[in-house]
Design a protein around this ligand. Sequence first.
Ligand code: PGA
Length: 257
Amino acid sequence: MRRKFVAGNWKMNTLSRSAVELASALAKAVPARLPAVDVAVCPPFPYLSAVGAAITGSGVVLGAQNVWHEKPGAFTGEVAVEMLLDVGCRWVILGHSERRQVLKETDELISRKVLASLANGLPVILCVGETLDQRKAGQTESVLDGQMQGSLAGVDVQGIGQVVVAYEPVWAIGTGMTASTEQAESAHLHLRRWLEIRYNPGVAAATRILYGGSVKAQNAQSLLEQPDVDGALVGGASLKVDDFLPIIRAAETARKS
Ligand code: PGA
């Protein structure tokens, strides 16, 4: 059985005070590791330490939203894997569509970041997803295949054990448009088959695949009940405890059909 995973991607939101308030309230609501759900929050870099302190000892762990793949050194403005580990990160989100589209990150760069993270023992949440035009053109599966192939280049069977995949259709991110349960399940199943072909059935069965894109309290349960949806990567609704907590609760109670 795959443990469910609900991760909050705070993106470029909060200031130090609101970040700590949010983290503290969440830690209070999730005081210990939940029996069936892993919970993580991924604040902006400047607040990692403070948020890490606020959630220490609770059932919530710390993640980062990005990393640079080189060893510490002359890379002005960048943050190394070692630094994320040093401040207590247990996850790093890579390949998010905002980085692919706005920051022009390629699969090749993402794969370097994935490999550097895994080599240092930092597990990865790898995001993949198609745009609306690609979906309309019937290219969803080929786009996902290309992103998986490129972003996971060089990742062996051992490495993939430290990767969680997040299916995030670009058209559903921050738009209020959520993939239907059928669209989500179909993409997740496709990704699981990809893992089976690229790796093996054991990897396909063990890898957690999260859904992301306008997940809210109202739609979380039905998405999380899909057989191949193992959790959620939550943006907007992770910025308020009253919005995020019901999604965690839905992951705890979701029954697989
Ligand atoms: P959203 O963002 O929940 O605000 O749509 C999800 C994400 O980008 O990870």
